[in-house]
Ligand binder design. Structure first.
Ligand SMILES: Cc1ncc(COP(=O)(O)O)c(C=O)c1O
Length: 394
């Protein structure tokens, strides 16, 4: 997109004087566990001298997360990227093509590349920002092995239609559910859809273990294979069943995760208030499109994306991003640029911008505003007031 020069539209000094934050407001801020309680768990680790390899905290976190997410066969990981890499290996997808979305974090496309798979980019839906199910079948060819959709911002993909397409064509479905912790759709935990789902517990995520992730399998046998693969393929001291990798979560992270679980529902409730406040404050602001809650979905409010229509709002997304920075508000352009435009993928036929018109427009217009549980209502009102005041309508 053409970024207009923000210098051409300087932020008025009186607005800066009124609304500029003294401390930076980032797009997110991790919910920190109580330090004294964490210290107690660390003391237990010190007593047991067990730092890694399926220790007691690891086992307890797998069990408790499984309960929280209705995911009986959940395997913890050191991060979501390695979990995605292992998901494909677990399904023996190490060549051919996989259909995925260009509107995502780099990891989604890169795990395909690392598994020797060619990504085939599918355009997205303009409302959900997820892979458009109407566009999937035309991309299926003789080399297609699987579909790798992303529940972008935690909004559920059209899981029924994707499943029907996959079954019609004998394809696997691996969900990148990195954003979707705790989301339920029609009363069912979202991560139970597809053949496998992957969560990220990175520090920027709603539920975090600093770095971390999980892979949700459908059966005990599949989890067993995944557990071997994440531990170098080691089955026992003298048996290495295959070319595994090191994807293990350690005890310090697992202990942190146990304490996070105690407060994650409160975090979601607080984020919900933030989202509701933005929706009230920015309602009917010309040129700013927000997402709405979807019927039958229990959202997690992991992100708060807006789309900026420069013609109506009077500034481009890039101008708004730059202006917000002047107020010490650090919004993020998730997800710009599209994965399909990275040099690694740009020459693929499916990566042509003409094939991805919706993704291209959304990537050029999207901006994620700050959202996290400890962002007070006053701060949300101030960020909203800045967005309103910066509008150059009429
Ligand atoms: C959609 C998506 N997929 C995958 C990842 C990778 O997860 P991790 O950072 O835990 O490796 C992230 C974020 O970090 C993400 O946003």
């Amino acid at each position: 997109m053409k970024a207009r020069n923000p210098e051409a539209a300087p932020v008025p000094e009186n607005l800066l004087a009124e609304y500029r934050f003294a401390e930076p407001i980032y797009v997110t801020s991790p919910s920190l566990v109580p330090l004294d309680e964490y210290t107690k768990l660390l003391e237990k680790i010190w007593e047991g001298r067990r730092l890694a390899n399926n220790g007691p905290f690891h086992r307890e976190l797998e069990r408790r997360l499984g309960e929280r997410l209705d995911a009986e066969h959940l395997s913890l990981f050191c991060n979501g990227t390695i979990a995605l890499l292992v998901a494909l290996q677990a399904l023996r997808i190490d060549g051919g093509e996989v259909i995925t979305t260009p509107f995502t974090f780099p990891a989604t496309a890169h795990v395909l590349y690392w598994n020797n798979v060619r990504p085939v980019f599918c355009d997205i839906d303009p409302v959900s920002f997820n892979m458009d199910p109407d566009r999937i079948e035309e991309l299926i060819g003789p080399e297609t092995k699987a579909i790798l959709p992303v529940h972008v911002y935690g909004t559920p993909c059209d899981v029924d239609r994707i499943q029907a397409i996959a079954e019609r064509h004998g394809l696997a479905v691996v969900y990148d559910a990195a954003h979707a912790f705790g989301v339920r759709y029609r009363g069912k935990s979202l991560v139970t859809h597809g053949d496998l789902s992957v969560l990220s517990f990175h520090a920027t995520k709603l539920f975090t273990t600093a770095e971390g992730g999980a892979l949700i399998a459908k059966s005990g046998a599949q989890k067993q294979r995944i557990d071997f693969l994440k531990n170098f393929g080691i089955a026992d001291e003298e048996t290495v069943i295959g070319p595994g990798i090191n994807g293990k979560m350690n005890e310090l992270q697992a202990a942190y995760g146990l304490l996070q679980l105690d407060t994650v529902d409160e975090e979601i409730a607080n984020r919900r208030k933030v989202a509701e406040t933005y929706r009230e404050e920015l309602a009917e602001l010309a040129g700013i499109q927000m997402t709405s809650d979807v019927p039958d979905v229990e959202h997690n409010y992991a992100y708060f994306p807006i789309l900026v229509d420069a013609d109506l709002y009077g500034r481009t997304r890039n101008e708004l991003y730059d202006c917000l920075k002047a107020f010490n508000v650090h919004a993020r352009k998730y997800f710009y640029p599209l994965c399909s435009s990275y040099p690694t993928y740009a020459s693929l036929p499916s990566a042509r911008p003409a094939n991805l018109p919706v993704a291209g427009r959304v990537a050029d217009q999207v901006l994620c505003l700050p959202i996290f549980g400890s962002l007070g209502t006053d701060a949300v009102r101030t960020v909203s007031a800045i967005v309103r005041e910066l509008a150059r309508t009429g």
